[in-house]
Design a protein around this ligand. Structure first.
Ligand code: 4AD
Length: 465
């Protein structure tokens, strides 16, 4: 069978490239089928667009195969492209032949009705066939391209940092271990596990961030970015946390915190513009069904200036508010989601960059400020989601960094020598940040749960499919 002769539905109904009267072949899945005495209609979706194409079959009694075609089946329809007489579509196919390629029976779970997101998570192997998850997967693909385009056009080098890592960049201990040891027969030395016997001769993990290696590359290459999977074994069952998510991490040599904030703001605005201009079909879908304000919300942000406040100012604002927060507000304590949301949703009504955090609550690699109490960290907060970017200017002074590593307990100095060496030999001021891809998709689409913006989410107690 020659599948190459197929015409993609997108080229007909979206791009309108196919001339009327053309003889075409459609390969796709049946969304609905209605058979009458004189005419039958099959709505077919082939995944190239959210839109279906309708095949019209006159004299259905001459097509006994129609009896066997149910929702969910895959079919091949050949026919002539004609102007549709029905409402809701411009074109349809006047079918001359219909073949059933793969039958589906009445147990097919995606019948024509709205299903809850909870139900669809249980059938994540089939949900890409729905409008929402078709649109989501196409949007992920397009935004990924938009992200590469943004950085490539600005001379950033796409860097591939390792997925298997021996360090805990964020120092939070939320690591998935990678081992090839026989768990029934673990080698011991002096009563403890002998990691020397493990695959890498040392303990290894899935990376929580490509930043540390990103810094090595940036200080050599100038501006780099990573875009890859990231893993965190944090046992937080929230709508914003996944155990495996994708992160975009630009890292710039010769850049201070202000340059970092400028890049973060410009990058986000450009990504929102890309969503509006280059993903119109997906934005229309999410704007209609998920978040009616989606377009207007992004346009407002594109035309706004992000609010920039220090952590100290943020604490003062939170204290002065009359809000009843669940968690305490005190200088030196980490801000909770409710605090971040107050600032970005209620106080400013737009994205907020909070910077200069207390050193005690931030990672060891952040540059210590002259006050000795704060570090040059920044978080970008957006309404509805909270933190979507975390970043900092990095500590480029060798001796200060040695002290920070010692104080943080992130590892011993010998093991971190490679990281210290770029400060020992020709140190360079540098800065970067990490954007959670799923968090920004949640913001763009208005989808409320991170489990519904990943094709196959991994969260505590769930790694199916
Ligand atoms: O603030 P984080 O932990 O920063 C870093 O990992 C830095 N090393 C980045 C850098 O400076 N190069 O994480 C960055 C972003 C967060 O703002 C959030 O958007 C996302 O990654 N993120 C998560 N997204 C989904 N699920 C999780 N469990 C996430 N943890 C962080």
């Amino acid at each position: 069978m020659d599948y190459k002769i197929r015409t993609k539905v997108k080229s007909i109904v979206v791009d309108e490239e196919v001339p009327l009267g053309a003889e075409i072949t459609i390969l796709g899945m049946v969304r609905t089928i209605r058979s009458g005495k004189d005419v039958a209609f099959i709505e077919i979706n082939d995944g190239s667009t959210i839109k279906n194409i309708q095949a019209v079959i006159s004299q259905p009694d001459k097509f006994p195969i129609l009896e066997e075609i149910l929702t969910g089946a895959s079919v091949r329809v050949k026919g002539e492209l004609v102007v549709s007489e029905g409402k809701g579509q411009k074109f349809e196919i006047a079918a001359v032949s219909v073949d059933l390629i793969g039958a589906a029976d009445a147990t097919y779970p995606l019948q024509k009705k709205r299903h809850s997101f909870e139900f669809l998570r249980e059938i994540a192997h089939l949900r890409p066939r729905t409008n929402t998850f078709g649109a989501m997967n196409r949007l992920r693909s397009k935004l990924s391209f938009g992200i590469h385009k943004y950085f490539q056009e600005r001379g950033f080098c796409y860097a591939h940092t390792p997925i298997i890592s021996t360090s805990d960049c964020e120092g939070a201990g939320e690591l998935f271990r990678v081992t090839s040891l026989d768990l029934k027969n673990i080698p011991l030395k002096d009563g403890a596990i002998d990691w020397n016997e493990d695959f890498f001769g040392t303990q290894a993990y899935l990376t929580v961030s490509g930043q540390l290696e990103g810094e090595l590359l940036a200080t050599a290459l100038g501006d780099i970015y990573t875009f890859g999977p990231t893993f965190r074994a944090e046992n937080s069952n929230t709508s914003r946390h996944a155990s495996e998510f994708w992160m975009i991490e630009p890292e710039m040599a010769w850049a201070e915190l202000e340059d970092n904030m400028d890049l973060a703001e410009d990058f986000l605005k450009n990504l929102f513009k890309y969503a509006l201009n280059d993903c119109p079909e997906e934005m229309e879908f999410f704007g209609t069904w998920i978040d009616k304000t989606a377009r207007e919300k992004l346009e407002k942000v594109i035309n706004s200036t992000f609010e920039r406040i220090t952590y100290t100012e943020a604490i003062e604002i939170l204290k002065a508010s009359n809000e009843k927060f669940e968690f305490p507000v005190e200088w030196g304590l980490d801000m909770q989601s409710e605090h971040e949301r107050y600032l970005t949703e209620k106080k400013f009504g737009k994205p907020v960059i909070v910077y200069d955090y207390p050193s005690k609550i931030k990672a060891f690699y952040m540059r210590v400020s002259d006050d000795g109490k704060t570090v040059r960290a920044m978080d970008v907060l957006v309404p509805g989601v909270g933190e979507i970017i975390g970043g900092s200017q990095r500590e480029e002074r060798h001796d200060v960094l040695v002290e920070r590593i010692k104080a943080s307990g992130v590892g011993n100095i010998e093991d971190m020598q490679w990281y210290l060496d770029i400060r020992k030999y020709g140190t360079v001021p540098h800065s970067g940040f990490g954007l959670g891809f799923e968090r920004v998709i949640m913001y763009i689409t208005g989808m409320a749960n991170i489990r519904d913006v990943l094709p196959f989410p991994r969260v505590p107690r769930w790694a199916k499919f």
